[in-house]
Design a protein around this ligand. Structure first.
Ligand code: MF3
Ligand code: CO
Length: 291
């Protein structure tokens, strides 16, 4: 994916409020999926629930038909990292399932997109490794969002996009120091700008690079989405041309939110509480735009 060369879309407050609408529909999809995930459920059933939630929210799916993608949600199980296609697969106790989905609303003939992912253990048996992998990936996402909140609190002075990759990498590194279990950061798939399309400039890397990257400013909206593996990060795509799996068979987790940069901080558009609970452990609070 290469969106890095395009100009970054800066949204007005009114446009960010349209994106919040889309984000809340994505939150509705997540709630419907979380309530349904259990042993015995098929991934196709999850797709049906997702489609229904999108319809109920008077929104449309941005996944369905995207380069021919056949569903409204990606369901990636165990060693599948991203882009798993829902089907007749029956979820089992102890599976590690990532659900990635999105929706857009239309306003004045323009699309406004939301995109978010979560990972969950199916049923009651969760291995220590899965819990560690899932917790660390979710923490990496929120550490990145918190780093943005901190930069926003200083008026975005000198803030550049690689603070996200730095935050993700340092969470994964610190976790390895503490536990001795080194996790893999997937590099081939990255986060992205989002707005009138689902995938826009800039690329949002999940690892540190020597060039700090583009300057951040209010009005940007970023989809941040670390993908982390319990083993090596090396991956390949299956014959269905979508499902990305680890080469070593290790399991993977994926967490994502759509995050608006506001004048003094962030507003997590795909979190119902705007990011309050996720930011709280880092000592930050969301700074939503008022109506
Ligand atoms: N949500 C994925 C991403 O986060 C994109 C999925 S593309 C689809 O960027 F075709 F699978 F929908
Ligand atoms: Co995304």
């Amino acid at each position: 994916r290469m969106f890095g060369r395009d100009k970054i879309q800066i949204k007005t407050p009114a446009q960010i409020r349209h994106m919040r609408q889309a984000g809340l529909v994505v939150a509705d999809i997540h709630d419907a999926l979380k309530a349904a995930i259990a042993p015995g459920v098929t991934t196709a059933q999850l797709d049906e629930l997702s489609a229904r939630a999108i319809e109920k929210g008077k929104a449309k799916s941005n996944f369905l038909g995207y380069y021919g993608y056949p569903a409204t949600v990606c369901t990636s199980v165990n060693e599948e990292i991203v882009h798993g296609i829902p089907g007749q697969r029956v979820l089992q106790d102890g599976d590690l399932l990532s659900c990635d989905c999105g929706a857009y609303v239309e306003a004045d003939g323009v699309q406004w997109h939301g995109d978010a992912a979560f990972t969950a253990v199916v049923g009651n048996y969760a291995s220590e490794t899965d819990k560690y992998l899932d917790r660390t990936t979710e923490r990496a996402l929120w550490a990145a969002i918190a780093a943005l909140a901190e930069a926003g609190a200083s008026g975005w002075k000198d803030a550049r996009i690689n603070l996200i990759g730095d935050a993700v990498e340092s969470v994964v590194f610190d976790a390895a120091q503490e536990t001795g279990h080194e996790l893999g950061i997937v590099e081939e798939y990255v986060g992205h700008g989002i707005g009138t399309k689902m995938h826009m400039a800039p690329d949002v890397l999940n690892y540190s690079v020597s060039s700090k990257g583009v300057k951040l400013q209010p009005g940007m909206v970023l989809a941040i989405e670390p993908m982390i593996t319990a083993g090596r990060a090396s991956n390949e795509t299956l014959d269905d041309e979508w499902t990305v799996v680890t080469r070593d068979g290790s399991r993977a987790a994926h967490w994502e939110h759509t995050v608006a940069l506001t004048p003094k901080g962030v507003w997590v558009l795909t979190a119902r509480d705007g990011g309050a609970a996720g930011l709280e452990p880092f000592g930050f609070a969301p700074t939503p735009l008022s109506a």
